[in-house]
Design a protein around this ligand. Structure first.
Ligand code: NI
Length: 178
């Protein structure tokens, strides 16, 4: 297993609507294992494929970090069918280290997706789990959580965001040169 590089705010792939999967990608189990290792290393609860540079519609979560009665789960080609209610809570993101902001989210969602066996699922989630899913789902549509705060609040963190963008561009330039 290997820890992967997490793409930072400013990376182009974080602004892309990623491609739907027709089937499980090759070496999917290894890929998922690496993504979990990366997520655990960074103490995250969720990670989308484009955060590790993949143009693929799926994300992983480890709800066990929130409540032991839940576990790890993979959401492929997710589609949110219903959203209801409103909650406000703090979020962070492995692609935006050092930034935490309160974000409004729906309290209840109904989501359709394919699981790790490419089997169709249709489930409801509430509260924090619903929040994590909405955050990751946003990633697959090129949206990051700071897009969902007020312009005023965003202006308070504009230096941090600009610094991340600069770092992301530097890393991409190094990778291109290598
Ligand atoms: Ni995130």
């Amino acid at each position: 297993m290997a820890v992967m590089k997490v793409k930072l705010y400013g990376s182009e792939i974080l602004r892309k609507k990623v491609a739907q999967l027709e089937k499980l990608p090759d070496h999917f189990e290894t890929l998922i294992a690496d993504m979990y290792e990366t997520m655990n290393e960074e103490k995250g609860i969720g990670l989308s494929a484009n955060q590790v540079g993949l143009d693929m519609s799926f994300f992983i979560v480890d709800f066990g970090l929130y409540d032991e009665k839940y576990g790890r789960q993979i959401f492929i080609n997710p589609e949110i069918l219903e959203m209801e209610g409103e909650t406000l809570d703090e979020e962070g993101c492995l692609s935006l280290p050092g930034i935490n902001e309160k974000v409004k989210r729906a309290d209840r969602i109904r989501i359709k997706y394919k699981d790790a066996n490419f089997t169709d699922r249709d489930e409801e989630y509430f509260d924090y789990l619903s929040r994590v899913i909405q955050h990751e789902f946003d990633h697959l549509n090129g949206i990051v959580f700071t897009d969902r705060i007020s312009a005023l609040k965003r202006s308070f963190i504009k230096n941090k965001l600009a610094a991340l963008e600069t770092e992301a561009k530097e890393i991409e330039a190094e990778e291109t040169a290598a």
